[in-house]
Design a protein around this ligand. Sequence first.
Ligand SMILES: [Zn+2]
Ligand SMILES: [Zn+2]
Length: 358
Amino acid sequence: MGSPVIPETMRAAVLYGPEDIRIEDRPVPKPGVGEVLVKVAACGICGTDIKIITKGMPKMPPYGDFIFGHEWAGTVVALGETVDEFKVGDRVAIEAHKGCGRCENCLDGKYTACFNYGRLEKGHRTSGMTVNGGFAEYAVHHVNSVYKIPDNIGFNEATFVTTAGCALYALDVAGGYIVGDTVVIIGPGPIGLAAVQGAKALGAEKVILTGTREERLAIGRYYGADHTINVKEEDPVERIMELTGGKGADIVLECAGTQQSLNQGLQGAKKGGVMVLVAFYKEPVTIDLSHAVLNQIKILSVRGEGNQNCRRALAMQSQGKIKTDKIITHSFPLEELNEAIQTFVERRDGAMKVVINP
Ligand SMILES: [Zn+2]
Ligand SMILES: [Zn+2]
């Protein structure tokens, strides 16, 4: 195939200050050593973007220069020096985090907890957070955080690898071998709904999803949750105990991020069980840690989507084991990014995952 013509400039969403996003012409980035230049086909909006837009983020590029967007997919159009892992024309999805590759955590696959986070000179990059990302017509990323998209997955679906990767990472640190286990998932957002599917695909016997909104719990059942609990209507801990013969769950994934959900999760875990914290908490929370100690409950956490779980997520998606048909609800062109963000924030028309097609 002939080399695609790459223009000098592109349309891009630039963050100028809190809630000040402008769609402008910017130079097309050049791929550095070990990087590919991608013509972006789709970039998902995520809760982290809302944090970036409203409050900013440590280590992000300065206002007026910063192109955000960290859940993107597209077609490789140029290769940086030394790249032979990909070729022009490959369809790819990225994971946001590219660890430094030289600290002990990176060597261990825990690159989302890289010791050199935000240090460009050490080789660390988080696309759309510490360097420019995907709300633009073109973006660059390092090959070690780029994955080929299987033919049966579209670009919009492929933006979901980071979200699905977070859910799989949580199951990974919970032990991974969850065949026959009971898994409680708190919070039917995109990560929770990916976790439901991941847990079922990995052989969990009983998946119990809890939440506050019936429409989303219904989606959870559609994706294979065996039981759903609306915490506004029933006491989730009592119900979990009923469903587990009074024992509690083997594994709890806390994907909601409130004081209440955290405590319900802990109370719903069995003696000797595991709770994994996946959500971020808006403020410090109080938790009955004596309950954890008395019952020898392990409390773990994950940051994002480490240990190659994005690659695994793509494999699951390709096999039809993680689906996005009821999760990706809206798409907009790049010029309408502000409108798309409002749709996402206000959950207009049942919006859950909103994707931009530059
Ligand atoms: Zn995200
Ligand atoms: Zn590192």
